[in-house]
Write a protein that binds this ligand. Structure first.
Ligand code: HPA
Ligand code: ZN
Length: 345
């Protein structure tokens, strides 16, 4: 869409005050370079970059794998319970400033256990920050454990086993890291086990991978939501089907541009997805690496695609409807949201 055609109304203040849920962010992806250097010093970890500025300057990615290489290096500074607490608390403070009312966060246990960090250390730090955020900031949250899809299904099964003592504090499982050549079907058996244990199910699909991976995630893994899902539009039949079924897609606009999934923001498929009736949400993915938190993502797509107040309202409604909240909490958030939009008008 050309700039002249888009809605030029300044909706930044509207977005700033919009109550919303964030459903797709990786807690390790909110590690800002400043904290990375502070934790490296605290823990005596060597970093390959000399400064915060040099680190930020390296955040130019040609594809998902180039990002993952730096993301894996960055998380190596996270060692103690306090580190995980500090990281998670910093995210909540930032999310609070963006009027996030509820946040569902991924973490990558294999990225920590493979370095000799106990599952319990990671969990205790994150859970303490979640409790403090609910009490002090009024933000509710859920935690989702992701499996790295370039590793084996056996490794994912071992991680599911490690999580057993912490089952109550983890709402669901997800699938992330290198999508290409690692189809959802590779993890069908671990997803079946997780389903039997009562976990909610998610998977990154259709980010760099094809629409058939989205379909596999739904039909074989039986996911409750799709993370990203951009490739869905390549398959009109699938698009009609999941629009009809109301499957929520957690779209991450700045991530998509940074990882070259979309070449320019004004060609982002989000508006087309809305026009096809897909239940899309807007999220930050890895805000420290992709140049912005959730409101920056809303503003970027709003400005590039000329999204209207109605469309932003729909996106925020989808974020609460797609969250793992009980019906009472959902209704309360939706009432607050609808009242906000009505007042704005
Ligand atoms: N895609 C896949 N894996 C990830 C991502 C992503 O956008 N962010 C962190 N791990
Ligand atoms: Zn992601």
């Amino acid at each position: 869409m050309r700039v002249a055609e888009v809605n030029q109304e300044d909706l930044k203040p509207f977005i700033a005050g919009l109550p919303k849920a964030e459903l797709h962010m990786h807690i390790e992806g909110s590690l800002e370079p400043e904290m990375m250097f502070a934790l490296a010093e605290r823990n005596g970890v060597d970093l390959s970059f000399k400064s915060v500025e040099e680190t930020r300057a390296a955040y130019n990615f040609g594809c998902l794998q180039e990002f993952l290489d730096l993301f894996f290096q960055g998380m190596a500074v996270l060692c103690s319970e306090q580190d995980f607490y500090d990281l998670t608390w910093a995210y909540f403070k930032r999310a609070h400033a963006d009027n996030v009312r509820h946040a569902e966060k991924f973490f990558d246990p294999q990225g920590h256990t493979c370095r000799g960090i106990d599952f319990e250390t990671v969990l205790r730090g994150i859970q303490q920050a979640r409790a403090d955020a609910e009490r002090e900031l009024g933000i509710t949250s859920e935690l989702i454990m992701c499996f790295w899809r370039h590793l084996s299904e056996e490794d994912a099964c071992k991680t599911l086993e490690l999580a057993k003592p912490f089952r109550e504090g983890i709402v669901g499982i997800g699938l992330d890291a290198a999508e290409q050549d690692n189809p959802p079907r590779k993890f069908a058996s671990v997803y079946k086990q997780a389903r039997e244990q009562g976990y909610r199910l998610l998977a990154h699909a259709g980010e760099e991978g094809p629409a058939s991976y989205v379909e596999e995630a739904i039909d074989l893994l039986k996911v409750d939501r799709i993370d990203h899902g951009n490739a869905t539009l390549d398959d009109p039949e699938l698009t009609r089907r999941i629009a009809g079924e109301g499957t929520v897609l957690t779209v991450c606009p700045l991530s998509n541009v940074k990882l070259a999934v979309v070449d320019e923001m004004h060609r982002h498929p989000l508006k087309t997805m809305l026009e096809h009736g897909l239940a899309v949400t807007v999220n930050s993915d890895d805000p420290a690496y992709f140049g912005g938190y959730v409101n920056d993502n809303y503003v970027a797509v709003q400005q590039a695609l000329g999204l209207t107040v109605d469309e932003l309202h729909r996106i925020a409604r989808n974020s609460f409807n797609g969250a793992f909240l009980d019906e009472y909490a959902k209704a309360a958030h939706l009432d607050e949201l609808d009242a906000y939009v009505a007042t704005y008008r």
